[in-house]
Design a protein around this ligand. Structure first.
Ligand SMILES: C[S@@+](CC[C@H](N)C(=O)[O-])C[C@H]1O[C@@H](n2cnc3c(N)ncnc32)[C@H](O)[C@@H]1O
Length: 336
């Protein structure tokens, strides 16, 4: 529990966006990567990242105040366990997530949360002039950061997915809207008999191709571009991580019906989401739900609500598997 007096605690909440932009800036400048081989005087760090030394000192000191980076004598800074998560391509990296959340695609719609509360409608279109996935289609650098951000979150659950779910009889695993394909890559590495399909919007595929190659699974994973509201490639397991939460119930049923149509009898859909507890116990799902309110027509749901969506698509609800991450795996089966 936060032990600060309420006004000071509220100060922290209200200035949360200062911290968001500090983390985004530290991530974009690659500050933690520059400190990888040891502490650096801020003047040296500023030269390496092309920053104003005095301004960078103030930013580093503010990051230190929230536990990210440590200050040493002589205006020298070092990494901490927390700042390590701002490094690129390391286990536990949250660098792309920091960049994506502090960039226009999320930042501008969130500025209009009050409108979303009043209207019940997402604010992406008024704030960005278009839907979020169209925005990413027109902003390749931000889209790559978003796919990277999705990887940062997927990496928190990928190992448990392959331990909790037996893929040993799977022949083709489809990562539906899989971004960089973090989950299908984990399955393919753990289950050498399986092949994969990464199904995504066409603008995502170039970044995804590099990610699959880096994961060492490019030869076993086909890249397919398309629209999951039209059709989904055939396979015997469909993985949908943070897909259904983007869409309203009718859209989810359409998408699940498309999955069902491409599955054999006995095939499975694995929904990976921040599931809302049935009794309302607070969890990260409640914050993610407001992100959905602002960004998309979707919402976070309880396991019972997912079961209703499955029934609407003619699928049978299966196991609900909590993990040590914020994500739960909710299974559906295509019955005979
Ligand atoms: C919230 S992200 C989840 C990414 C990934 N499943 C993960 O969690 O790591 C939603 C993904 O759905 C993809 N997407 C959105 N609309 C789509 C559509 N109509 N057809 C296929 N993919 C779509 C987006 O490009 C994006 O990568």
């Amino acid at each position: 529990m936060n032990q600060l007096p309420p006004p000071q605690q509220m100060f922290q909440f209200v200035t949360g966006y200062w911290v968001t932009q500090l983390m985004g800036t530290a991530a974009r400048l690659g500050l933690a990567d520059r400190l990888e081989s040891g502490p650096l005087a801020v003047t040296d760090l500023a030269t390496k990242v092309g920053a104003n030394p005095e301004a960078l000192f103030r930013v580093m000191r503010a990051c230190t105040a929230v536990g990210v980076f440590a200050e040493q004598p002589g205006r020298t800074f070092a990494n901490t366990a927390l700042s390590q998560t701002l490094r690129a391509a390391v286990p536990g990296s949250m660098r792309d997530f920091a960049i994506a959340q502090s960039s226009a695609g999320h930042w501008r719609p969130w500025e209009r949360l009050e409108d979303a509360v009043k209207t019940g409608q997402r604010t992406t279109v008024p704030a960005l002039g278009r839907e979020i996935f169209e925005w990413y289609g027109n902003h390749p650098e931000e889209a790559a950061a978003f796919s990277g951000a999705m990887h940062d979150l997927a990496a928190q659950v990928s190992a448990e997915l392959t331990h909790l779910v037996d893929f040993s009889s799977a022949t083709k695993v489809v990562d539906v809207g899989g971004a960089n394909g973090t989950l299908v890559s984990a399955v393919l590495r753990a289950f050498p008999q399986a092949r994969g399909v990464l199904f995504e919007l066409p603008h995502v595929l170039e970044t995804a191709k590099k990610a699959l190659a880096a994961a060492g699974v490019a030869e076993r994973c086909e890249l397919v571009g398309g629209d999951f509201f039209q059709a989904v490639p055939r396979g015997d397991v469909m993985v949908l991580k943070q897909i259904l939460h983007d869409w309203n119930d009718a859209q989810c049923v359409t998408l699940l019906k498309n999955c069902a149509a491409s599955l054999p009898v006995g095939g499975r859909v694995l929904v990976v989401e921040m599931v809302v507890s049935e009794d309302g116990t607070p969890s990260p799902a409640h914050l993610m739900d407001v992100n959905m309110l602002v960004m998309l027509p979707g919402k976070e749901r309880t396991a019972t609500e997912y079961a209703k969506l499955f029934a609407g698509a003619g699928l049978k609800a299966g196991r609900v598997l909590p993990t040590h991450s914020p994500f739960t795996i909710v299974e559906a089966i295509k019955a005979g």
